[in-house]
Design a protein around this ligand. Structure first.
Ligand SMILES: [Zn+2]
Length: 559
């Protein structure tokens, strides 16, 4: 890959170095005051201007007519450096095989006076790559530096440079170049080259180059070679094989709005198109971050073009901050570089991001009675009260009595129970029935059968199963099941219940009763013993002397 732009537009003065104002100012002052050090260590990520700055510094030191610490770029010394023929500028690439020999040469020759300028300047690039022997040779030289020599060591990995070396250098840390500055530099460069490139294209180049101006300039050049002027964002996407970012943006929107179904369909579609899922993942994480920032009132126009930013703002308007934080965390935890990483990772993160909020309802949500923690098998559908339970109505109910604390017959914490068909998804009438169950129970809450209140009995019906035109109502207590059986033997009561169910299911069903878990003998533990009030009393020394099962009857003709 050629580096024409990079070389052509390399900064020639310290004030042209992009994004390193602190470093440039300090060095300029040092040159202007004649107080340069004998050894410098330039640390920082690749492409942030370390070597360019080193060359400018070398020029400024030997310049015949420096201006406020800057080289004039016109004298013989400056031109020699700019044209790569300066005798007193020695560049060593420590990463090359010749590294050790070069360093030995330096040690042997460092005491010769400079041939033209005031100082011999040695630039050792990628200095962390030197061998121990070469480091030792270098250290000896740095320990007794001749007055007319200056060493500038550059590295991307300062921690690999021995402390004995580091401690003899004046250290400068080069920062990653901010995206706006990178993009602005690219715009300036395009203008000077007489080519057109859209701001979106330049922003994308800056983003892809992650703070390395050299990478950014090379990428711009590659793009111009391939597509010419004017350069668009689509050209860059094509060059970088990024696929459509529109899909990533859309997916971020589905995550933000918890549109699981649409999100899964989109992932499926993208995977089917053979797109690069790693890139999709990166983009989605970037966009989710954008939504989170937008939610906090921060917009990062340098990262996202205006149009995308507007969409991110709208996503933010429809999502809670906790949900966005969770989603961003879930998506950024995915390691798509892992062997075998697939669309499943993205699907899981999407589903989980929509689920976990249900565990902790937002404070503004209406109170849900005894919201159980969502079990792993639970569907990502919005939580609804467990069957048989329902929100307390304002003041019409007496305080619950110990003996009728609803408790599930199964072990473990109460969970939302969604009977499923064999493929694991609720059948349509099944989900219809389950979603309307509380309403059905409520509609029967004032209906007294022969002996018992139907609604109260049905509150103990924890599971319902629909198959072949019949509904099996499963009770947690055998006694309740028997009472319902008794009530159903009365044609009048049976008709009432059938009608209530038929309304919900668009058609009549035959009604059967059973006990949860397939005809067991009721709960393993008496409801009284499972009550937290009784347990609390027991813990204080109370003893159960008698148990009397009680039918919930609080709504019998009292309203
Ligand atoms: Zn000069």
């Amino acid at each position: 890959m050629s580096e024409v732009f990079y070389r052509k537009w390399r900064p020639t003065r310290l004030d042209e170095v992009v994004g390193q104002e602190m470093v440039a100012r300090t060095l300029r002052n040092a040159v202007a005051k004649g107080r340069t050090a004998h050894a410098y260590l330039f640390c920082g990520p690749r492409g942030t201007g370390k070597t360019s700055t080193a060359r400018i510094l070398a020029k400024a030191i030997n310049c015949l007519a420096p201006q406020d610490g800057e080289p004039d770029n016109e004298c013989n010394m400056c031109r020699a450096v700019n044209e790569g023929r300066a005798m007193d500028l020695i560049e060593i690439d420590a990463a090359s095989n010749r590294g050790i020999d070069d360093i030995r040469n330096v040690r042997d020759r460092v005491h010769y006076a400079p041939s033209e300028g005031r100082c011999k300047v040695y630039i050792v690039d990628e200095v962390h790559m030197l061998t121990d022997a070469a480091f030792n040779a270098l250290l000896k030289t740095l320990e007794e530096p001749p007055a007319h020599s200056i060493f500038i060591l550059a590295t991307t990995e300062a921690h690999k440079v021995p402390l004995t070396i580091v401690s003899r250098c004046q250290r400068f840390d080069f920062r990653r170049i901010p995206l706006e500055e990178s993009a602005a530099k690219l715009a300036d460069l395009s203008r000077r080259e007489g080519v057109e490139a859209s701001p979106e294209a330049l922003a994308l180049i800056a983003r892809e180059s992650a703070g390395s101006l050299r990478d950014a300039e090379n990428l711009l050049e590659r793009a111009l070679v391939s597509y010419g002027s004017p350069l668009t964002e689509e050209h860059l996407r094509d060059l970088l094989e990024l696929g459509s970012d529109e899909q990533a943006l859309e997916l971020a929107g589905h995550v933000a709005s918890k549109s699981v179904k649409d999100g899964l369909a989109l992932i499926n579609q993208i995977a089917g198109e053979g797109a690069d899922l790693r890139q999709l993942h990166r983009s989605v994480v970037g966009y989710l971050r954008g939504v989170m920032l937008a939610s906090a009132g921060v917009s990062d126009a340098a990262i996202h073009p205006d149009e995308a930013q507007a969409r991110l703002d709208s996503f933010a308007g429809n999502a809670s901050m906790p949900h966005l934080v969770r989603s961003l965390r879930l998506f950024s935890e995915i390691d798509m570089r892992r062997e075998g990483a697939s669309a499943i990772e993205l699907e899981l993160a999407l589903v989980r991001s929509s689920m976990e909020e249900e565990q902790a309802p937002a404070p503004t949500a209406p109170p849900v009675p005894a919201a159980p923690p969502a079990p792993a098998r639970s569907q990502p559908a919005p939580a609804r009260p467990a069957a048989g339970q329902r929100p307390a109505r304002q003041g019409t109910q007496p305080a619950p009595r110990v003996s009728r604390q609803p408790a599930p017959a199964s072990k473990g914490p109460p969970v939302e129970y969604t009977p499923t068909s064999t493929d694991g998804l609720p059948t349509e009438p099944q989900s219809k029935l389950d979603s309307q169950w509380n309403e059905i129970v409520r509609s029967l809450s004032r209906h007294k059968g022969r002996r018992f209140n139907l609604g109260a009995l049905l509150r103990d019906c924890k599971e319902r199963e629909i198959s072949d035109g019949q509904i099996i109502l499963k009770f947690s207590f055998k006694s309740h099941m028997e009472r319902m059986e008794e009530e159903l033997s009365d044609p009048q009561t049976q008709k009432v219940l059938k009608n209530a169910l038929a309304n919900a299911l668009d058609g009549p069903h035959h009604i059967k009763v059973a006990v949860v878990g397939g005809g067991g003998n009721g709960p393993r533990q008496s409801p009284a013993l499972r009550s937290h009030l009784v347990r609390a009393a027991q813990s204080m020394g109370a003893k159960v002397v008698a148990e009397k099962e009680e039918i919930p009857d609080d709504e019998q003709e009292d309203a």
